[in-house]
Write a protein that binds this ligand. Structure first.
Ligand SMILES: NC(=O)c1ccc[n+]([C@@H]2O[C@H](COP(=O)([O-])OP(=O)(O)OC[C@H]3O[C@@H](n4cnc5c(N)ncnc54)[C@H](OP(=O)(O)O)[C@@H]3O)[C@@H](O)[C@H]2O)c1
Length: 258
């Protein structure tokens, strides 16, 4: 497919890299006003342009990875050049209904919520579309399955998906940082503490995804009665470990909803 990504910033560049590396047979164009910051993408065969309409007529899918306040300006530029295109938006807070009314009935609005791990083929990309656009929606699902996992969700959960998958990346990294800080206190240099903490989280996540079980079943395998793990877990919970994460996620959601 011809894929046209408008807004080659943190997310747009990650998605472009992920598609180039993990999904075959696509031609990818990425636009932004200052392309010098993403020159390295050219090594992956990605075409860069400062013109949002460059190659857009050949595009099968137009992906919007711009900030909400840039949407109207960008659409005003590209609308005269697009008809019968899938327009997939990662713009937070922009509903399918609103995007569809902006792009007109000749194009199909799809909502996607990837995260920056798309670059490594490890994004959790939630996708929503209207039933009438199911065919186009499924094309996006197939594409983003190459870049990680891509569940179809009810659009009313899109804000929740933003918090769990996009903000969730920062939450997971903060857990790793805390584990690493503790690692330094108990004797490791920071590089070794980071390597151990990051690999341990990756290993735990891979076990969960492979075995498809509740986390508590795996936790049970590492908690010997009277052992060090259960002692540590109970101490963390007494200081609000799970409660603090749940409160943080709910606060992020409140913030999105305004
Ligand atoms: N970052 C994430 O993890 C994440 C996850 C899910 C969803 N999102 C959503 O994705 C969107 C982008 O987020 P981001 O973090 O990637 O922001 P970002 O890094 O600021 O990227 C936005 C890009 O848009 C470009 N841009 C601005 N005006 C433009 C125009 N008129 N034409 C073409 N390109 C233009 C900017 O580059 P120039 O200044 O060079 O033009 C910038 O690189 C937001 O709506 C955000 O909510 C982000």
């Amino acid at each position: 497919m011809n894929i046209h990504i408008i807004g080659g910033g943190n997310l747009g560049a990650s998605v472009a890299t992920g598609i180039a590396k993990f999904s075959s047979n696509h031609s990818i164009t990425v636009t932004r006003r200052n392309t010098s910051k993403i020159k390295h993408l050219e090594e992956l065969g990605i075409i860069l342009s400062t013109d949002n309409c460059h190659n857009i007529q050949e595009a099968d899918i137009v992906i919007l990875t711009i900030k909400p306040y840039q949407v109207d300006l960008v659409l005003a530029e590209i609308l005269p050049a697009i008809t019968n295109k899938i327009v997939a938006s990662a713009v937070s807070g922009l509903s399918i209904e609103s995007l569809q009314s902006k792009i007109g009935d000749t194009n199909q609005a799809i909502r996607i919520m990837p995260n920056i791990a798309a670059q490594f083929g490890e994004s959790a990309t939630c996708i929503s579309f209207q039933e009438k656009n199911a065919l186009q929606g499924r094309k996006l699902v197939t594409l983003f399955q190459d870049l990680g996992t891509a569940p179809i969700i009810d659009e009313k959960l899109m804000d929740a998906a933003t918090v769990l998958a996009a903000s969730g990346t920062a939450f997971a990294l903060r857990y790793i940082r805390a584990s690493m800080q503790a690692g330094i206190e108990i004797g490791f240099d920071w590089q070794t503490a980071l390597a151990i903490s990051a690999q341990t989280v990756k290993g735990a996540a891979e076990m969960l995804m492979e075995e498809q079980v509740h986390p508590e079943q795996l936790i049970d395998r590492v908690t010997t009665p009277q052992g060090c793990t259960i002692a540590g877990l109970n101490e963390m919970e007494m200081h609000g470990f799970s409660a603090s994460l749940i409160r943080g996620i709910k606060t992020s959601l409140k913030q999105i909803k305004g």
